[in-house]
Design a binder for this molecule. Sequence first.
Ligand SMILES: C[S@@+](CC[C@H](N)C(=O)[O-])C[C@H]1O[C@@H](n2cnc3c(N)ncnc32)[C@H](O)[C@@H]1O
Length: 298
Amino acid sequence: MCDVLGLIVWIFPGIGTVGIVWLIASYAIVFAVREMWCGRFWPVHQDDGYFDEGIAARYDDDSAEMFDPAILEPVIDFLGEMAGNDRVLELGIGTGRVALPLARRGVQIHGIDLSEAMVAKLRSKPGGGEIDVTIGDFATASVDGPFALAYLVFNTIGNLTTQDAQVACFRNVAAHLQPGGRFVIEVEVPQLRRLPPGEIYRVFESRDGYWGIDEFDVANQGLISHHLSLVDGDLERFSMPFRYVWPAELDLMARLAGMELHERWADGTESRSRARATSMCRCGRRWRSPLHRFVRTR
Ligand SMILES: C[S@@+](CC[C@H](N)C(=O)[O-])C[C@H]1O[C@@H](n2cnc3c(N)ncnc32)[C@H](O)[C@@H]1O
């Protein structure tokens, strides 16, 4: 320290003690402002992850199929029936595709989401301002509970790209559920049977001006979904990483967290009274992801 002060005096002869104090104080102010700006002392802006403003702006249009009442209403019926009069927790609430129609049926929902941009979109919709949302990571965020039901739909568990994070998510959900509370997950069964031996790419959608390609990292249970679109003649690419997860692994993660599998429907809500298989089912134009329902047991 003395060496540094000596150096300052040598560089700026005649600076004196007051000058040195002033120099240090100005450095401290610049440092503090910079740290605050970066969100070290308090958050200035949360990192929106992969769902930034650009994605949030076109999320509803890009996912129009998932807003189709034929797809959405059975899910709302199913969750609404399970919620009854109790409070529910949605992990990854996004722009409110599920939460808003559920809230319109009188269900009280608390959402968690990492992306301020997605939540701003939710807030801009009628009724969106009345839903409580915590900005944070649903694997770790803590909110006031307990809840009778928590749900995580549209393959969003895969946005947690490590096994540790997915296990933490199950534990976090269990910590927010009342005893006997339920956790519903909608996630597709990994489509590895569609991958020819030795290949790592699979085209999951191809239409005029858009190509969706999944890139598999089989050894690490990783998947990157590449979306390639023609925009004004230019090819634009957006890629998002996932960790795909098997039904058996979901069951095990649930057990680690003090939950157990209660029911599983192969094709979402389509034939929940009869299906118990774990494959995908083609319903109309699209594939439905299975629903898994876990119950907190301890
Ligand atoms: C595919 S969207 C689903 C949104 C909504 N649930 C729906 O069904 O339309 C995934 C959402 O989860 C959020 N998300 C992804 N990973 C998250 C994490 N670790 N913690 C909190 N939110 C996360 C994203 O910001 C995004 O809003």
